[in-house]
Design a binder for this molecule. Structure first.
Ligand code: DQA
Length: 154
């Protein structure tokens, strides 16, 4: 077992590799790399190990979630991108590994097209953060750190 009680897996779904270039009015000017660099600093300050993975492929995200069951991951932060609104498979992967996860969206999915209002993740997530841009990832990291601490992890 490689990890310890405070290892967090950050997952980003399709098109989030384009952050910074993709509809910046909606998703912000920061690249995913920039966001992850900032999160690593925050994670270090919180005593958390952070692993980041982005994929445009549903099966790769499903496989990465499965791997998290056995690699010492304590919790997951996930922005499923468009899979939020379509993927029963990714939802089932997360419920299947029985680790707490927080759902993050840069944009406010409730204030956009009607098809974005439904999430396959919200009802099984520990919590969801929407509409706060990249700050949402930081808040999710702080929230999961405090959750894991309350669970009595080392
Ligand atoms: C998103 C919202 C989704 O509706 C969209 O498909 C994305 C990004 C967000 O972070 O706001 O790709 O998850």
């Amino acid at each position: 077992m490689a990890g310890h009680a405070h290892d967090v897996l950050l997952l980003n779904g399709p098109n989030l590799n384009l952050l910074g270039r993709r509809e910046p009015g909606i998703y912000g000017a920061r690249s995913l790399e920039d966001i992850v660099t900032g999160l690593r600093k925050e994670a270090a300050a919180l005593g958390i190990g952070l692993t980041a993975f982005q994929s445009n492929a549903e099966h790769e995200l499903v496989d990465r979630v499965h791997a998290a069951a056995d690699d010492g991951t304590a919790a997951v932060l996930i922005n499923p991108g468009a899979f939020t609104h379509t993927s029963v498979a990714l939802r089932d992967a997360l419920t299947g590994i029985d680790l707490p996860f927080i759902e993050v969206h840069l944009s406010n999915i409730h204030a956009r097209e009607p098809f974005r209002r439904h999430s396959y993740f919200s009802d099984v997530a520990l919590g969801s953060i929407v509409g706060l841009g990249a700050t949402g990832y930081t808040l999710a990291l702080r929230a999961i750190a405090s959750h894991l601490q309350q669970q009595g992890g080392a």
